[in-house]
Design a protein around this ligand. Structure first.
Ligand SMILES: [Zn+2]
Length: 185
């Protein structure tokens, strides 16, 4: 159940938020929001703050907020870093995915009754699996774009291995300890 960790992103990182939702993580962002408010929400709701703003990152860390400064917004690299630092899964889970528009957990269904009048006849006949958002009503299926999604997830996994192989053993240990649960012996 990957509802945890939860995330909040600055307005530059809408694409990351959409990917996190696809992977089942509770992630929010706002088009216009002041820095102090982002930090406040991250604190109050125990969310990891993702930002491209080094100043904001530093202010958040100073206040004890979990945060990640994103230097390169390339999505495969960002997902790889999130997997290393916060343990997010890089596999799509059909029973645990969120609406990329509104962040609500989706209902997986293979029943056409659930999607009747919500998708075209061609789509209903062509696909067997659907995801319905109980909140905004949006219906998802693994259409032509799905191949790109799978490719990016594979790229993220490769990127993760690449980053891990570059970390020296000592740094790797520190990195793992800083993630949280692991305690030194
Ligand atoms: Zn929705």
């Amino acid at each position: 159940m990957p509802s945890y960790p939860k995330f909040i992103a600055d307005s530059m990182l809408g694409h990351v938020v959409r990917w996190l939702r696809l992977l089942g993580y509770d992630a929010v962002y706002y088009h216009v929001v002041e820095d102090w408010r982002l930090i406040r929400i991250a604190k109050d709701e125990d969310r990891v703050l993702l930002t491209r703003d080094l100043g904001l990152y530093r202010r958040a860390r100073k206040q004890g907020v979990k945060a990640l400064f994103i230097e390169d917004p390339d999505i495969a690299k960002v997902l790889a870093m999130l997997s290393i630092r916060f343990g997010i899964s890089l596999d799509f889970n059909k029973n645990d995915t969120r609406c990329i528009e509104c962040n609500t957990l989706l209902k997986y269904t293979t029943s056409l009754v659930d999607v009747a009048h919500k998708v075209s006849k061609e789509i209903a006949l062509k696909y067997r699996e659907f995801w319905v958002c109980p909140s905004c009503g949006k219906v998802y299926w693994q259409g032509t774009h799905w191949r790109t999604i799978s490719e990016i997830l594979e790229k993220a996994k490769a990127e993760k291995l690449k980053i891990l192989s570059k970390i020296k053993p000592k740094e790797k240990k520190i990195e793992l300890l800083s993630v949280g649960d692991v305690q030194p012996r």
